[in-house]
Structure formats: C-alpha cells, structure tokens
Design a protein around this ligand. Structure first.
Ligand code: ARG
Length: 263
C-alpha cells in the first residue's frame, strides 16, 4: 500500500476523475489510514511504498504489478502520467528480500487493476480484463510469465475501466461481479466458469462495492455499498465498510489501494 500523501486529481484518465472537483488530501490520508489499520487489525501484514512527488495516483498500488507464487509480472501503464510508478514497484520486489522473481512486461498492463488470481479455481486461474487499459497481448505474456491459465474478459463500460472495478475474488475459488461491465461473450464465459458467483447490480458497481478485498471470510468494501454489504453478511461474510470518498474522485476504492503480495 502507499499512503495518498500526494493524492490530487490534476489530470483525468478515467470517467470518475474531474479536475474541477476539489480533493481534500488530508482527508484522503485519514480515510486511507482507516483502511490500512483495518487490514492490520485483521492480522494481515502490510508493506508500504513511500509516496513519490508528482505521482498522485501512487495510492492505487494495485496497478503496479501482479504476483502469483513468488513470480511478479510487472506493470506498464497506459498513460504517461503514471508510467514512472512501474519502476518503483519493480524496485520494491527486487529489494524486498523475499525471493521474488520479477518478469518485465513488454505489453501495456496495469497489474492487479486488470488481473486477479483464484488459487482454488481449476488449480489456479488468472482472470484478466482488457478494453480500456490493459492490452490483450499482456494476457498471453502474463500466462507465459506466471504459468497459469489466463481467461480474457472484455470490459465494455468506461465507468468500469479496470477489471477490479467490476469483479473481485470473494474467496479462493469464487468471484463476485457486475455482468453489465462485460461483453455478452465474456458474461457467458464468467457464468460457465463460476456458476456459483455472486452477481452484483449496477448500483453495487457504481458505489465501487466490487472494488473489494476479501480474505475469504472478511470483506473490506467501500462504505457506500451498504446494500451489497448486507447481502454479503447474509451469505456468511464479515463485512468491514471503509469510507474512501476522496479516493473515489480518482476512480478507485479499497482494492485499488492494495497490491496483494502472493509470495
Ligand atoms: N486514477 C487512477 C487511474 O485512472 C485510478 C486507478 C484505480 N486503480 C484500480 N486498481 N482500479 O489510473
């Protein structure tokens, strides 16, 4: 994770960003801190990246890489405003001490923004989005780098420009997603692979409720998604709502702030 010390909206590269809407950076930091502390309180280990000046979107750490079983497939950002973030993430893995193997990308891809991993589905399955940010060529590159099957999913709604705005792993083998974010064929693929998926509404997606992080039991999600939280509670999950209204102005929420380290 990376604290939003330098977070502002001074360029607009997704449908949520509006440079005329003021951002309260210190409130963003406070809200982010609650997210951070909630994860620590659940017993998870958090590693921090130092926020670099001139990179206001660094708080969205999910976009910097994608790791599976100690192998890291690096990011290559779509827009120049964020491109310098990739090297910072790379340096983290290369100096982290753990035995990460870093694979540099040639294709444009935005890390966990467009890739997610389900260790318990079909022996380990990667889901990958394309259509707005990540190039489909990165999907085959990730499959070669990580040695897991990659299922390509076509995102068609600009409001849901990253896979992680429309789909999340809810546990090791199942997902929650909003079908309308995907092409009809990709919806068919998802219902074939995940007959037991939790199917979310457009309102859930608009509240950034699908930009969640789950450890299989505890689900951290945007506080606006109270309806989805109630539904998840009925399904037996423990939900932890987190207020991230400032970061939503950048087009992100819980999941965007977290790069999962699958060592
Ligand atoms: N402003 C950032 C961008 O457009 C938001 C990234 C959100 N991250 C995510 N994982 N969806 O690149």
């Amino acid at each position: 994770m990376c604290p939003p010390k330098n977070f502002v909206v001074e360029y607009a590269i997704n449908a949520w960003m509006d440079t005329t809407v003021p951002v309260d950076t210190s409130l963003a930091v406070k809200q982010w801190q609650v997210l951070h502390d909630s994860i620590v309180d659940l017993g998870h280990e958090v590693r921090l990246l130092a926020p670099a000046p001139g990179l206001p979107d660094m708080v969205f750490a999910a976009n910097g890489a994608f790791s599976v079983d100690g192998v890291v497939y690096g990011a290559r950002f779509r827009f120049s405003q964020r491109s310098a973030e990739a090297a910072i993430h790379r340096a983290f893995y290369e100096t982290a001490g753990a035995s990460w193997r870093f694979v540099a990308p040639t294709a444009i891809n935005e890390g966990e923004g467009d890739f997610t991993y389900l260790p318990g589905a079909h022996g380990g399955l990667i889901l990958a989005g394309y259509g707005f940010r990540t190039d489909p060529a990165a999907h085959t590159e990730a499959q070669e780098a990580l040695g897991r099957p990659v299922v390509s999913l076509h995102l068609i709604d600009p409001r849901f420009y990253h896979l992680d705005t429309a789909l999340a792993s809810i546990d090791d083998e199942n997902v929650i997603y909003y079908p309308g974010a995907f092409s009809e064929s990709s919806q068919a693929v998802l219902s074939q692979l995940f007959p037991d998926a939790i199917v979310a509404t457009e309102a859930d997606a608009m509240a950034f409720g699908l930009n969640l992080v789950s450890d299989g039991r505890n689900v951290l999600l945007n506080a606006e998604s109270s309806e989805l939280a109630r539904r998840l509670e009925r399904l037996g999950y423990h939900t932890i709502p987190v207020e991230l209204g400032e970061l939503k102005k950048g087009g992100g929420s819980v999941k965007c702030c977290i790069a999962e380290l699958r060592a």
